[in-house]
Ligand binder design. Structure first.
Ligand code: NAI
Length: 332
């Protein structure tokens, strides 16, 4: 099958080629999918996209006109694909639902530890041969309350890790995980109760109509003073303006983000020679108790291997007319 791989990054191409073993004819392009670049898919049966690609209804309709029958995402999140449009135009869509929840949860913990123990400031000082300890005080995680919002695959790993640190765990999810309750003593609460009581809040929800700007001004007001907020889910799960206000008022003690609501236009590319275009991101970048990574929580060898293997598996299943457990079409 002829497959066009949009948003191909140099680091992932060897993984995809290795997994493919020359079965499918893969063409890699750096351009992301958008309504302007959809025409690049003319002559391809399938495309593969990543989280910054835009498969809105208009783009999906164009893909159908250009003969594309299958979209396989190299990501778990699929908020960037209009599944209803894909179903309407008979384009099947599949994702990689669980390539490594460990990669993401461990990255969330890395952000948390780096912020709490002021590792970036300390590193910068030591680089300048400055061994001053002022303003480097953190707190023991042991005995603190961690609120985990979304206790699916990634939230589950996060729960286990934070249990290992000796934390009290509060959870919020539309579906409770009984094993987490019995083995790791997580207590499910309302979102408000979690926010009122947690010293650290970590987000592990998909972005959808219910979770869009879930962390808003009202909820931030209820949080403990000095709370550490970690977001490795999707940028738009938090209201960025409200979080900036929370940082300014010191309600939020520190913010660690791997995702950003306007990341599509910015992340995954080198803009170091350009004038920064996004005021909120520029401001966040200047606040010392904010740590930003550019959507690389998934970037482990294991995760990239699993993403590549599952992407090729999805393509294999499509060519052999086998329905995969990774198919998303039909849901919205
Ligand atoms: P999952 O589907 O296993 O877990 C999501 C959990 O959220 C489920 O337990 C579900 O019941 C819960 N949930 C959904 N809607 C909810 C709502 N309205 N209120 C409360 N709970 C709700 O997904 P997984 O694998 O844990 O991933 C979570 C998210 O993390 C993904 O959707 C994706 O956006 C993000 N992600 C980020 C990555 C990164 O590199 N930064 C990489 C992979 C995923």
């Amino acid at each position: 099958m002829k497959v066009l791989i949009y948003s191909a990054k140099d680091f992932e191409i060897p993984y995809l080629e290795e997994a493919n073993k020359n079965k499918h004819k893969l063409t890699f392009i750096k351009a992301p999918l958008s309504s302007q670049t959809a025409m690049k898919a003319i002559g391809y049966d399938a495309i593969s996209i990543f989280s910054a690609d835009d498969a809105c209804a208009n783009t999906v309709e164009k893909l159908k006109d250009f003969g594309v029958k299958y979209i396989t995402l190299r990501s778990a999140g699929y908020d960037n694909v209009n599944l209803r449009a894909a179903s309407k135009f008979d384009i099947k869509v599949a994702n990689v639902p669980a390539y490594s929840p460990y990669a993401i949860a461990e990255h969330a913990v890395a952000l948390l530890l780096a912020l709490n123990r002021k590792l970036i400031t300390s590193h910068r000082r030591v680089r300048h041969y400055n061994f001053d300890l002022n303003n480097l005080i953190g707190f023991d995680l042991n005995g603190k309350t961690v609120g985990i919002i979304g206790t699916g695959k990634i939230g589950e790993v996060m729960t286990k890790i934070m249990h290992g640190f000796g934390c009290r765990l509060l959870g919020y999810d539309i579906e409770e995980n009984d094993a987490l309750k019995s083995q790791f003593h997580i207590e499910y609460t309302s979102l408000e109760t979690l926010c009122k009581n947690a010293d650290v809040i970590s987000l592990h929800l998909p972005l959808n109509a219910e979770t869009h700007k879930l962390i808003n001004e009202k909820l931030i007001d209820k949080m403990k003073d000095g709370v550490i907020l970690i977001n490795t889910a999707r940028g738009a799960v938090i209201d960025t303006e409200a979080v900036i206000a929370g940082l300014k008022s010191e309600k939020i003690g520190a913010l660690g983000i791997d995702v950003y609501d306007n990341e599509k236009a910015i992340f995954f590319e080198d803009h170091s020679q350009a004038v920064p275009s996004d005021n909120n991101l520029m401001l966040l970048n200047t606040i010392p108790n904010v740590l930003i990574t550019g959507h690389h929580a998934f970037l482990t060898d294991e995760a990239l291997t699993n993403i590549a293997d599952t992407t090729i598996y999805n393509l294999d299943c499509y060519t052999s007319r086998k329905k995969t457990e990774n198919e998303l079409t039909g849901f919205d």
